[in-house]
Design a protein around this ligand. Structure first.
Ligand code: SF4
Length: 390
């Protein structure tokens, strides 16, 4: 019977949970002693991990186990490389800051290369970044300051394609000050029982929020004054507002004809075009589209959320524009200023953020059929995957 397959999967999940419990029993979180591997992550998340306790789900445990497996593979490979000599695979570190300390037994390879000892921190990833992630650099800096080593390598291992890339990180004083500040802030919050600000959310590290085990406690995507419940999602450009004149004028401004196909713009023209189109310069050319505005105005629940690919820097101008046009809404969610995803993806990510928070999307209105269809599939997934209630 196919149940045998399910039993094997359940066996793996159970085993991972048991291993995690054994580890957790040995290392109970204690106020005053913080984890070097966590200190670069959102401070509020760490606060919850200490004050509420963290029970990772099966997916997180599997990802953690994969990371460990890659770490061991790297250590084995280096051991047999004849290039570096592995001196330690796990290291106990302690870095005191006043009444608090960063302390833990960590997966870290210490190897010697041409007589020099270096620390190697391994990260398994699905995409190798252009630059190392800041919170991971901070983690390695903790190890360098705690072990006294002067140099480390942050080694990324692409688990999908097998590519690898190492970033050299030199020990630096500035990071030590940053660590001291973070440890102090976390300790103060725990002692005073006051959660720190929603760091990952405020710094636009929304991916960190989406995978955070405390998302439902922290609720960073919650709309002020609107507890979970049904919302109506409305698209903005070319749904509530006809933005075609703005588009045409922006093309003219860069010396192109009004009917230029945007897909054919050179990289330089594209940059100039979007710089003008997504600015206040021609916002006044937008006109309301009657059928959608009337539909929006017919909502009596004051639960309309406008989802737009416009960047945050246009928030004030957009709010004024909607005010002038008498288009009411409860909240508006926008593209981050440093976000370069497609319009569709930005809007879908926001729909998912709202669903993750517990809202149900009772209606999604857009002139873009593919966006509406994708939003509907997402809504259905969350509706059936959570409580099962409608
Ligand atoms: S949801 Fe985001 S801001 Fe809140 S604790 Fe988690 S990572 Fe931090």
């Amino acid at each position: 019977m196919s149940d045998v397959g399910e039993e094997v999967v359940e066996g793996v999940n159970k085993g991972l949970r048991n291993l995690w419990r054994q580890e957790a029993d040995l290392h109970q979180p204690k106020t005053g002693s913080y984890y070097p591997s966590m200190i670069g992550a959102c401070l509020r998340k760490q606060y919850y991990a200490y004050s509420i306790g963290e029970v990772p789900d099966d997916g997180a445990l599997a990802i953690f186990a994969t990371g460990r497996g890659v770490h061991d593979a790297v250590a084995d490979a280096l051991d047999n490389s004849g290039v570096l000599k592995v001196e330690a695979r796990e290291v106990e570190v302690s870095l005191p800051f006043g009444e608090a300390v960063l302390h833990g037994r960590i997966d870290l390879v210490v190897a010697s290369l041409r007589g020099e000892k270096i620390a190697i921190e391994v990260k398994s990833t699905s995409r190798i970044p252009e630059e190392p992630f800041e919170h991971q650099v901070l983690q390695l800096q903790t190890y360098l300051h705690a072990t006294g080593l002067g140099k480390g390598v942050l080694l990324y291992w692409d688990k999908r394609h097998g590519a690898k890339k190492g970033f050299v990180i030199e020990k630096e004083r500035l990071s030590l000050e940053k660590l001291e500040h973070r440890v102090g802030a976390l300790h103060k919050s725990l002692v005073s029982k006051e959660p720190p600000p929603r760091e990952a959310f405020l710094e636009n590290r929304l991916w960190e929020c989406r995978y955070c085990s405390f998302l439902s406690t922290c609720k960073p995507f919650q709309i002020e004054g609107l507890e979970t419940g049904p919302i109506a999602v409305y698209d903005l450009d070319n749904t509530l507002l006809d933005s075609r004149d703005r588009l045409r004028r922006s093309l003219r401004d860069i010396g192109l004809s009004e009917d230029t196909d945007l897909k054919r713009l050179s990289a330089e023209d594209r940059k100039r075009f979007w710089g003008i189109y997504l600015s206040e310069k021609h916002l006044g050319l937008d006109k309301p589209i009657g059928q959608y505005v009337e539909k929006l105005c017919s909502h009596s629940r004051n639960n309309v959320v406008i989802v737009t690919g416009r960047p945050e820097r246009l928030r004030a101008a957009t709010e004024q524009q909607l005010g002038r046009l008498n288009i009411p809404f409860r909240a508006m969610v926008m593209r981050r200023d440093d976000e370069y995803l497609s319009d569709r993806q930005v809007k879908l990510n926001w729909v998912e953020n709202l669903l993750l928070t517990g809202y149900t999307v009772e209606e999604c209105v857009s002139s873009y059929r593919d966006f509406m269809d994708a939003a509907k599939i997402l809504s259905e997934k969350y509706r059936t995957g959570s409580t099962g209630s409608s």
